[in-house]
Design a protein around this ligand. Structure first.
Ligand code: NIG
Ligand code: FE
Length: 412
């Protein structure tokens, strides 16, 4: 038996429970001064305040710092070849994201670079990104395919995710996203590509148990809401839980579809209409918002306050990818949640912990510091949550603990 007692916690802040928190509950967190956490075999056994219990195992002095649950990044495009720094000049000239894609750049250029990379190369590159995420306080990640766009190449990406989930210190959930873009060779026969996804890719992914979720980029020039519905329904029949990139640039019905399907999450929602917000609330769908993408695309920001007021649980994630958001730092996402969405630090914390976990079907075991949950925690170089959300551009992690083990510690 291994045990760890974290003591001398100045302030412990955590959402509570095993489900997404919505409405006013999103901002209600437990805050304990002078706290301790006792962990056995990677599981939180007890959280308390005042005098810490006398235990035999390892002890860690938090030095009066802030402790929160490990951060959950519920939306990343982790596996890709190359980068797209060449698009920066176009962005500066205000060339729209969808125009770059339509010209064969954007996602399609990353598809080429991903095809050219071996599984070893992709795993090595993504592994480095995971290490960096961990150093920023992220302990769980969702990773999507979607730079393959053929059965063999999509399966290749998903195998890399599986390999990483077996070797990485982070927990990784896997999403099949063959519907990330229309391959150029299907330009005039889009139905054939949707059929390929439904008849060949999804059955293969399910057969090899390579994904937990199915996602579609529902957008002008990419996939229509009708096509997205067909793909997600097919995925569901094969045991893949539906997710959807909706209302990122144009509102073409993605959020309404998400709600109607009861999708586990809808992503982006930058231009989500009121009817979409109502649908998400009715469907119990988590709104997984990606403010660093709005920042990077120089676009507007999702109506997070309206969503919270309407009872939609809001999560926030990085969207780490080589095009619309080459950023994996959830601390920056937290800053943007406050400054751009006007969410409170408490709402923001819930968004990147418990609600993020709910968006990837892990809220029963991750996302809060409740007894019985996996011991994923961050000790921050911060006295309180306001400070963590207020400082900008520094990495405030002090120590990161994953499954009860110290996986990132200060170097000095
Ligand atoms: O979530 N919107 C679609 N997919 C990604 C971007 C991927 C890319 O540009 O390579 C996103 O923003
Ligand atoms: Fe995305």
């Amino acid at each position: 038996m291994s045990s760890l007692l974290i003591k001398n916690i100045g302030l412990l802040v955590t959402p509570e429970g095993c489900e997404a928190r919505c409405g006013k509950q999103q901002g209600k967190v437990k805050a304990l001064e002078n706290a301790w956490v006792y962990i056995e075999n990677g599981e939180i056994i007890r959280v308390g305040t005042g005098l810490a219990p006398i235990t035999m195992g390892q002890k860690l002095d938090a030095g009066g710092r802030l402790v929160t649950p490990g951060l959950v990044d519920a939306h990343t495009h982790l596996i890709f070849g190359g980068w797209r720094q060449n698009e920066l000049a176009m962005k500066i000239r205000n060339v729209p994201y969808l125009d770059i894609l339509a010209a064969g750049g954007g996602i399609l250029s990353t598809v080429k670079a991903t095809h050219a990379a071996s599984e070893d190369e992709l795993a090595d590159k993504a592994g480095k990104a995971l290490d960096e995420m961990l150093s920023f306080g992220t302990t769980t990640v969702e990773a999507k395919s979607g730079y393959g766009l053929s059965t063999a190449e999509e399966l290749k990406q998903l195998r890399v995710i599986r390999r990483l989930s077996e070797s990485s210190r982070l927990d990784i959930m896997s999403t099949f996203m063959g519907a990330h873009a229309l391959p150029p060779e299907y330009k005039d026969r889009r139905d054939d590509y949707v059929n390929l996804i439904c008849d060949e890719m999804i059955p293969a992914v399910a057969e090899q148990q390579l994904a937990d979720f199915c996602d579609v980029f529902c957008e002008t020039g990419v996939f229509t809401a009708e096509e997205a519905g067909r793909i997600l329904e097919t995925g569901r029949r094969y045991g893949l839980i539906p997710k959807i990139h909706a209302d990122e640039i144009d509102p073409i019905g993605g959020s309404q579809l998400a709600g109607a399907l009861g999708a586990i999450s809808a992503e982006h929602l930058i231009v989500c209409p009121d009817a979409g917000i109502e649908a998400l609330a009715r469907g119990g769908t988590v709104a997984c918002l990606l403010p660093a993408t709005s920042f990077y695309l120089n676009s507007t920001y999702a109506p997070a306050r309206k969503m919270i007021d309407a009872g939609v649980p809001v999560a926030m994630a990085s969207d780490f990818n080589p095009g619309s958001c080459p950023c994996l730092n959830l601390q920056l996402v937290m800053n943007l949640g406050c400054l751009k969405y006007r969410m409170t630090p408490e709402e923001v914390l819930t968004a990147v912990t418990l609600n993020g976990a709910a968006a990837i079907a892990c809220a029963d075991r991750l996302g809060s510091l409740d007894a019985g949950k996996q011991a994923d925690l961050v000790i921050w170089d911060a006295p309180d949550l306001n400070y963590l959300c207020y400082r900008l551009g520094s990495n405030l992690t002090h120590t990161v603990i994953k499954k009860g083990e110290i996986v990132h510690a200060p170097s000095h």
